[in-house]
Design a protein around this ligand. Structure first.
Ligand code: GDP
Ligand code: IMO
Ligand code: MG
Length: 430
């Protein structure tokens, strides 16, 4: 009964979409369990490029049942925009299931996300502006709206009234914005209710039954370990549980049903938005990684911040998620460097830290301690076995594996579906 969790091990954009696609033909269900349309996953099939935000990447694999589980926040308009764009490209989206307990991103959540960021000024998070934080805040404050509510107009109206009451005071009196009316919100949310109704179900029942029947279920995280609300670089994080534990609370499947946890890690590091990033580069090497790696956000188009590989973070991600396997991506991007620095520890005010300091001040002061590995020049995009890689690239992968403490089970050498080196089987029992 393999239940497989796939998470980002850094600050997002590690190539989770491609890794999910890689497993697509071998799994029966792909479940998105956290986040919303703040995610941006690129999948390249033949010469076709797909950018997915709210939908799980598994929707592109024929035969897979894609599931938006209870831990997700759903912008209904975006959901249908994305579905319609896929239908236009000939993708069968008819199997999609959406949890009735998933929360709704209402238009006022997007408004509040944007005005809050503006109000924070220098202290802003650099959010994607999609209303993610405010929607999760309402969930925790117990004034959220769930999918089920869309099918009972009376209840929906009452919940919108309850939620807007306080927000309008805030919008008008603090942010100097116009008040949002209950009627306009109701109209917005009800627009797609009928089209949504057949997809909405108790997905926890469906997933547990699937596991009982011996099906393969892949739980695909949005965002990543260092953006997790508990374990990331708080407050510069997203508002959901992007680590392996989130797969359990975000889907209603118990922890005993998870067999393996795959961490997707780039061969270097990137980050979008604000917050600390010890190995960040501000020189031409950083620009080279950005250009060669095509490091521009799929969701907001922002240039991603770039830096060297950080093994302290890889060890942290291994521990927090209980990783069993690593998919190392974008090794090809490092081709052509004389030396490749790797961060092995931090220097925090003169003291060496081999493990991640979770105290915010210490992490902000962390300076990388580098070890320099030898680079390689050969084009590796056609390598399909570990032995095909140049010796120095092999040594780089081996060093990363040793430092992270988890075996590297696949190596990405290009964006396309087949540009991957399989090392160990990614679907296995415990
Ligand atoms: P996600 O959010 O984790 O799904 O990742 P994104 O799609 O935001 O960013 C990863 C980018 O790297 C995408 O443009 C992928 O097509 C690309 N990519 C994935 N794996 C590889 C790889 O091994 N090599 C190269 N060059 N690109 C890759
Ligand atoms: P994928 O799934 C990279 C970042 C934002 C911001 C912070 C909070 O493609 O890896 P939010 O809108 O979530 O409240 O923003 O989190 N962020 C991401 N960075 N990849 C993502 O998703 C991200 N989703 C959110 O840039 O710093
Ligand atoms: Mg992304």
């Amino acid at each position: 009964m393999p239940g497989v969790v796939l998470v980002g091990a850094q600050w997002g954009d590690e190539g989770k979409g491609k890794a999910t696609d890689l497993l697509g033909s071998r799994v029966d269900y792909v479940v998105k369990f956290n986040g919303g349309n703040n995610a941006g996953h690129t999948v390249v099939i033949d010469d076709e490029k797909y950018a997915l935000h709210l939908l799980p990447s598994g929707i592109l694999s024929p035969g897979v049942v894609p599931v938006i589980a209870n831990g997700v926040v759903v912008d209904i308009e975006v959901l249908f925009e994305e579905l319609d764009a896929l239908i236009e490209r000939g993708v069968d989206v008819s199997r999609l299931l959406v949890s009735g307990s998933a929360h709704v991103i209402a238009p006022y959540h997007r408004t509040i996300d944007k005005v809050t960021e503006r109000f924070l000024g220098k202290r802003r998070i650099g959010t994607t502006g999609r209303g993610i934080g405010p929607a999760y805040a309402d969930k925790i404050n117990r004034v959220g709206i769930r999918m089920w509510d869309l099918f009972d107009e009376k209840i929906l109206r009452a919940k919108i009234e309850g939620s807007l009451d306080q927000k309008n005071h805030l919008l008008v009196k603090v942010y100097n914005r116009r008040a949002i009316t209950v009627d306009e919100t109701l109209e917005d949310l009800l627009r797609y209710a009928e089209r949504l109704r057949p997809m909405v179900t108790d997905t926890a029942v469906e997933l547990n039954k699937a596991l009982d029947a011996g099906k393969n279920v892949l739980f695909e995280a949005g965002q990543a370990t260092m953006l997790d609300v508990d374990h990331g670089t708080y407050p510069f994080v997203t508002s959901s549980s992007a680590t392996a534990g989130g797969a359990v609370t975000g889907s209603g499947v118990g922890p005993t049903r998870i067999d393996s946890v795959i961490g997707v890690i780039k061969a270097y590091t990137t980050r979008v938005g604000e917050g600390p990033f010890p190995t960040e580069l501000f020189d031409d090497k950083g620009e080279l990684l950005r250009k060669t790696g095509g490091e521009y956000g799929v969701t907001t188009g922002r240039a991603r911040r770039t830096g060297w590989y950080d093994s302290v973070i890889a060890r942290y991600a291994t521990r927090i998620n209980g990783l069993t396997d690593i998919v190392l991506t974008k090794l090809d991007v490092l081709t052509g460097l004389e030396k490749v620095p790797v961060c092995v520890a931090y220097d925090v005010d003169g003291v060496r830290h081999d493990e991640m300091p979770t105290d915010q001040t210490a992490f902000h002061h962390a300076k990388p301690v580098y070890e320099e590995l030898d680079g390689w020049w050969e084009d590796i995009s056609r390598a399909r076995s570990f032995e095909d890689l140049p010796k120095n690239a092999q040594a780089y992968v081996k060093a990363l594996e040793e430092m992270s403490g988890t075996r590297i089970s696949a190596i990405g050498v290009g964006p396309k579906r087949d540009e991957i080196i399989p090392v160990h089987d990614l679907i296995h029992s415990r």
